[in-house]
Design a binder for this molecule. Sequence first.
Ligand code: LLP
Length: 456
Amino acid sequence: MHPAGVGAWRLWPKRAAGFAKRRRQITPLAMTDTPRLPVGSGLHYAHGTLHLEQVSLAELVKRFGSPLYVYSKQVMLDALHAYTQGLNPHPHRVHYAMKANSSLAVLQVFANAGCGFDIVSGGELARAMQAGAHAQDCVFSGVGKTTAEIDQALAAGIGCFNVESLSELQHISSRAQALGKVAPISLRVNPDVDAGTHPYISTGLRDNKFGIAHADAVAAYRYASELGGLHITGIDCHIGSQITQATPFFDAMERVFDLVDALTEQGITLQHIDLGGGLGIDYQGEQPPSAVHLWQTTVQRLHARGLQHHALWCEPGRSLVGNAGVCLSQVVVCKPTAHKNFLILDAAMNDLPRPAMYQAYHEIVPVTPRGEPPLLWDVVGPVCETGDWLGRARTLAAHEGDVLAICSAGAYGMSMASQYNARPRAAEVLVHGDTVHLIRERERHETLWQGEYLVT
Ligand code: LLP
């Protein structure tokens, strides 16, 4: 009997006749080729099963359970290398945007590789420092920094505040003076460039809440130069995320360079130009420009415009970790229905919210392919929401108990995971060569009510 049939038969033995009728509607699809694995993911099949670096993912699930996030250290280091290759020998700093994946061991990989961090909260600053980062290697982005966060960053000796409004300029200036500190600042400029990405992750348009309008930037710098407790060090810009074309980057870059020229004319000189993050990755066959190409071209343009005495900074997140990670999940139930077939996994929107939030596509592949005719499935989680899906209309041959790999899950996966439906968050593993490190334990039920009180 077909795999989907086996599961259904076991669940509804008395309804076998009804199921047989339904089964006719789930005609197997033609065999497909080997599953597509995203470019730059380090995933490969060996001995009939999926490996990351030299580690069998099937073995990891046996050892650590499911769902399980697994990351490749080598893929992260290779991704970082593409940035340094493009930027060298120009003076530069790569600040890993840790919102993409803030697990301590992941931060440690980047800290040890010489990265600084782009942070957006006091919590991120504390995490980065817990992983071995120095505050002076961190830039503090974000539109709504609180007094407590500004004070924390000043006390730690933050490398730079990326300031997003005039009100924030005043706020940082007054806190710095109150604490007897000088705050290094750059202004985040909103260049009004369309990054051509999902509207929720586009940040460089004038309708977005981010940054100071390009047209107002020179006046804002003049204002900053009159405030006490501030040291103007640079300029910053970030136009969005999962950008797959070079043009919006270069348009924003030229507009930032224009501002640097205008500021120089006004006697305001800067030491660095931060062009943000945003480079996309291959989820579904996208072919974003390489970091090498992007940054070599940027360095060339910087020189061509006579601005070579400025250091180049950047804030990549997704492109450093996205394809370094997979979320492994076991099939709990195969549920064919009259209209659709559902593969219900033990991972859900709480583990990987991107499909539910942005209709994002993640490649889903079997860890140990069966070589059987596949069916068309909607791959969903067990959370009580119709929006709880991980992949729609996927061609897969899968049985209950099989393990699937949800690819490109290293960025904005675990860092956006929640405990919705009282689901403990997954464990995480880092592999390097054939070594395996458990970097986060699976949460236990007790973890979920830590810090809560019953009323007596
Ligand atoms: N710098 C700033 C100021 C940012 O806001 C971001 C991302 C980055 C750098 C890093 O961008 P990346 O290189 O990762 O594209 N949760 C969404 C993505 C949100 C991005 C927010 N800002 C997703 O899952 O697609």
